[in-house]
Design a protein around this ligand. Structure first.
Ligand SMILES: NC(=O)C1=CN([C@@H]2O[C@H](COP(=O)(O)OP(=O)(O)OC[C@H]3O[C@@H](n4cnc5c(N)ncnc54)[C@H](O)[C@@H]3O)[C@@H](O)[C@H]2O)C=CC1
Ligand SMILES: Cc1cc2nc3c(=O)[nH]c(=O)nc-3n(C[C@H](O)[C@H](O)[C@H](O)COP(=O)(O)O)c2cc1C
Length: 197
């Protein structure tokens, strides 16, 4: 049988990086700033390749490109913080998304620290302060296994999602705006949970 779907044609071993990226562009991901500080210096980058591995011990994985300007610091330091971005922090995601000097990136936000000293972004949806417990090179990236040692106070607001090469807002608005409750009371439809920002 001849398959006329170009995506299906590409789904074979040895597909080109471009076809893989095109496929990956269809996946929606939360957007994070991965930040670090220590003997290797302060650095950070925007990341979507982050996921939960285990809750005992609480462990995340983060994939970092070895060609990234943040890599030398991430490679040397033993801690990092995964700052999951709120919808209104799209500008900070842009600043940390490449080609901007580190000092300028950090000027785009306000910072504190939890247990490890890695920079914690004020207003993030949530921040996971981590010790890096294992590193595994895979292709162009290092996969970092990170044990979560402290959490920030969560911010009750919309999250930031990246899909189809664009940012979107997702989730509930702050309680004060309570659109769903309002909509229920007024009989009007609630606004969609996902919108372009
Ligand atoms: N995991 C990563 O290293 C990611 C890197 N990026 C980088 O940010 C820039 C903008 O990206 P897009 O506008 O989304 O266009 P794009 O066409 O370069 O990427 C589309 C999708 O492919 C994946 N991807 C891209 N580069 C990758 C890489 N080097 N390794 C593994 N997966 C990768 C991501 O899921 C991304 O959303 C590009 O330079 C891209 O390389 C973006 C997302 C993830
Ligand atoms: C939405 C988005 C998600 C990204 N996710 C990752 C990621 O998970 N891992 C990674 O190494 N780079 C990721 N990048 C790329 C880095 O943020 C950065 O652009 C890249 O490391 C090159 O930066 P440099 O100019 O500091 O070398 C992402 C970029 C964007 C815009």
């Amino acid at each position: 049988m001849t398959d006329t779907n170009p995506m299906a044609q590409d789904a074979r071993p040895g597909i080109a990086a471009g076809a893989y990226r095109e496929a990956m562009a269809r996946l929606a991901s939360a957007v994070h700033l991965v930040t670090t500080d220590g003997p290797g210096g302060r650095a950070g980058f925007t990341a979507s390749a982050v996921c939960s591995v285990s809750d005992a011990p609480p462990t995340l994985l983060v994939c970092v490109n070895r060609a990234s300007s943040a890599y030398p610091a991430v490679a040397r330091n033993d801690a990092l913080c995964v700052n999951t971005l709120a919808a209104e922090q799209q500008g900070v995601a842009g600043a940390f998304g490449g080609r901007t000097p580190m000092d300028e990136r950090f000027a785009a936000g306000r910072w504190s620290a939890l247990a490890t000293g890695a920079p914690v972004l004020e207003g993030a949806l949530i921040a996971f302060d981590c010790r890096i417990v294992k590193r595994e090179p895979v292709g162009t990236h290092d996969v970092l296994f990170c044990e979560v040692v402290a959490l920030s106070e969560p911010t009750e607001t919309e999250g930031l999602v990246y899909a189809h090469r664009r940012y979107h807002a997702v989730g509930p608005k702050p309680a004060s705006e309570a659109p769903a409750a309002e909509a229920r009371e007024s009989g009007r439809p609630a606004r969609p949970a996902l919108r372009l920002v």
